[in-house]
Design a protein around this ligand. Structure first.
Ligand SMILES: Nc1ncnc2c1ncn2[C@@H]1O[C@H](COP(=O)(O)OP(=O)(O)OP(=O)(O)O)[C@@H](O)[C@H]1O
Ligand SMILES: [Mg+2]
Length: 252
């Protein structure tokens, strides 16, 4: 039996556009499971990022209940949500928000020390994470503007994981990268997932989506369908075909 890590019930989000209310998320019911690599796909404007932000406490839904473990988080204040995010969530975006005036190491340690007082433990975890994403000691000393896109994104992943988040949320993490560096970032996410990290990733890209074991398809703010792909296996043609057939079915 899979353990439910995050549960959304009747999640709704509306934006006002020139006085007109637009329903972007429509009564979404969803359970996310520990250890899964969940992928959210759908056309541009379908509401994927809005869903990711609502699930992760980055933005409060207008209606509905969000439960993390046995804790209802949709009732939390802005400050309460910030604590929830800091303690339980990691974020990776298309744009990489490293702080420019700080070295890569300081960016990561700073994020770690916001959530923990145990500096020794943070330093040792940072070392381990940098090694696992192949960021050398020389690169760790650099400033963000001195990094390649792929290095910056991998540093961003280290920062996102420094507090051992229970869920890593990623919104188009390879969107701004070329094909080779994008692949390295996907490999990094896959490796962490294989070690047990729960991941929720929004993507447009079928090749990225193949990394997931569970694919959700969002259309006009509704989850239209989902596909159980099983764990990622490099070059597994059966999985490729299953995903392609599912996406075709969804009208992709
Ligand atoms: N803060 C906001 N205010 C008003 N409208 C918004 C806001 N954020 C998103 N929207 C609208 O909600 C809809 C869904 O946006 P969202 O960013 O979730 O789409 P998406 O599926 O992530 O698209 P893309 O693939 O292009 O990133 C869009 O029409 C967008 O214009
Ligand atoms: Mg988006």
């Amino acid at each position: 039996m899979k353990e439910v890590i995050l549960k959304a019930e009747n999640l709704c989000k509306t934006f006002s556009d020139g006085g007109v209310q637009r329903h972007i998320l429509k009564n979404i019911d969803l359970e996310l499971y520990r250890g899964d690599f969940t992928v959210i796909m759908g056309a541009s404007g379908a509401g994927k990022s809005t869903l990711l932000y609502s699930l992760s406490g980055m933005d409060a839904p207008d209606e509905g209940t969000l439960t993390f473990g046995d804790k209802v988080i949709s009732d939390l204040s802005q400050d309460g949500l910030a604590v929830f995010r800091r303690e339980h969530c990691g974020f990776v975006f298309q744009q990489i928000y490293l702080i420019d005036g700080m070295s890569v190491t300081d960016n990561v340690l700073c994020a770690g020390l916001l959530a923990s007082k145990d500096k020794k433990q943070i330093i040792s975890r940072a070392k381990e994470l940098f090694a696992s994403v192949d960021i050398s000691e020389d690169t760790q000393k650099k400033f963000p503007y001195q990094l390649s896109g792929g290095e910056a994104q991998r540093a961003g992943i280290v920062r996102a994981l420094i507090n051992s988040p229970e869920i890593l949320f990623a919104d188009e993490p390879t969107g701004a990268l070329n094909s080779k560096t994008g692949l390295d970032v996907l490999d990094t996410l896959t490796e962490f997932n294989e070690r047990g990290q729960s991941v929720v990733m929004v993507t447009h890209d079928v090749r990225s989506a193949r990394r997931g074991n569970r694919i959700l398809y969002l259309k006009d703010g509704v989850i239209m369908g989902e596909c159980d792909l099983g764990a990622y296996e490099h070059g597994n043609a059966e999985r490729h075909e299953k995903l392609a057939a599912f996406l075709k079915d969804m009208g992709w």
